[in-house]
Design a protein around this ligand. Structure first.
Ligand SMILES: Cc1ncc(COP(=O)(O)O)c(C=O)c1O
Length: 347
């Protein structure tokens, strides 16, 4: 049986043999004691790429986001984000549990929001209200279908945030996807934020690893909260080496993932019980709606799985598919054939 075509997430990739070699060859130390040469090299590289004073290596994007939120807030504060934000949906209630903050939602199309939506969330100073303290933007927006925030919108929203005396955080788990799709450098986005998190274990294909970058004063707090949350690691240079390898070799190729997602979306848009706006697929994530008259999305997912294509039912009538390093163009074409087969079998 051929290997499954795994479109569940870009997190499923395995290290390439060249990446394994880089991991094996990495000089190691003890990062908690501050002398992990490979982690230090990665942190310096990320800080430079994002134009920040320093960066701190994390085991996951969730911990990176949560340490950044904790560093910019006090318990009782309010954090503004889009209603589809990863920090809200998929981080296990961490903003409440780890930072003691409430979340308030600035709505807008495809995971993005406008300056006025942000302002509408900021309530006047009054002892009844939790003070708004931090605005979070996710770029690309996972829940928004891999949408790329236009750089002018990032500037306008973060300018407005500063006008309200808010701090700003960028959840850049897929910042390199945004950068490759838009042509804007990561630092062009990053310069608008107090803190930025990035992930190496999504489109970049490393097995583990995220980072937060920011100004020196904020990063002291981020560094401390990483320790408090249990994320300070020892010989983590073997992981950092994979991330450095990914930065060297896996950025430009993200354009292939984007082309694959577009190809998939365009083919699915032609299929009767499915609907997707293929032109809105800008990066590596495609959400497809399944006509409930055909059957629930979970039925289609099961049928796909039995034929070797893996995807997530992201809602009762919706499937998410994500392209990545381990998905080739022939695999995309095969996945399209299998989807056609599955749809022709009634649910
Ligand atoms: C936008 C976004 N932020 C953060 C994360 C969290 O990353 P991790 O799974 O490494 O905790 C994810 C995970 O998919 C994500 O999509």
């Amino acid at each position: 049986m051929p290997e499954a075509i795994d479109l569940r997430s870009d997190t499923v990739t395995r290290p390439t043999s060249a990446m394994w070699e880089a991991m094996r060859a990495a000089p190691l130390g003890d990062d908690v004691l501050g002398d992990e040469p490979t982690v230090n090299r990665l942190q310096e590289r990320v800080a430079a790429e994002l134009g920040k004073d320093s960066a701190c290596f994390f085991p996951s994007g969730t911990m990176a986001n949560q340490a950044a939120i904790r560093a910019s807030t006090q318990p009782g504060d309010e954090v503004i984000c889009h209603p589809t934000a990863h920090i809200y949906h998929y981080e296990s209630g961490a903003p409440a549990a780890l930072s003691g903050v409430t979340l308030r939602f600035a709505d807008g199309e495809r995971g993005m929001y406008a300056p006025d939506a942000l302002s509408a969330c900021v309530r006047p100073e009054n002892h009844h209200f939790a003070p708004a303290r931090l605005a979070v933007i996710e770029n690309t927006s996972n829940g928004g279908g891999g949408s790329v925030w236009p750089i002018d919108l990032v500037r306008d929203v973060t300018d407005r945030a500063r006008g309200h005396a808010l701090r700003t955080h960028l959840d850049g788990a897929r910042l390199w996807n945004a950068s490759v799709a838009s042509g804007a450098a990561p630092r062009d986005y990053a310069k608008h934020f107090d803190t930025v998190s990035v992930c190496f274990s999504k489109g970049l294909g490393a097995p583990v690893g995220s980072a937060v970058a920011g100004d020196a004063q904020t990063m002291k707090r981020v560094y401390r909260f990483r320790k408090m949350f249990g994320g300070a690691m020892r010989q983590s240079g073997m992981l950092a080496a994979a991330c450095l390898h990914a930065l060297d070799h896996h950025i430009d190729r993200l354009a292939e993932d984007h082309a694959h997602a577009k190809r998939l979306a365009r083919a699915l848009a032609e299929l009767e019980p499915l609907s997707i706006d293929a032109e809105s697929v800008e990066t590596n994530i495609a959400y497809v709606t399944v006509d409930p008259e055909w059957g629930p999305a979970s039925t289609l997912v099961k049928s796909l799985e039995s034929r070797g294509v893996r995807a997530f039912a992201s809602a009762p009538d919706q499937i998410r598919m994500v392209t990545h390093l381990d998905v080739t163009r022939p695999m995309i074409d095969r996945a399209i054939e299998i989807i056609v087969e599955c749809l022709s079998v009634s649910a």
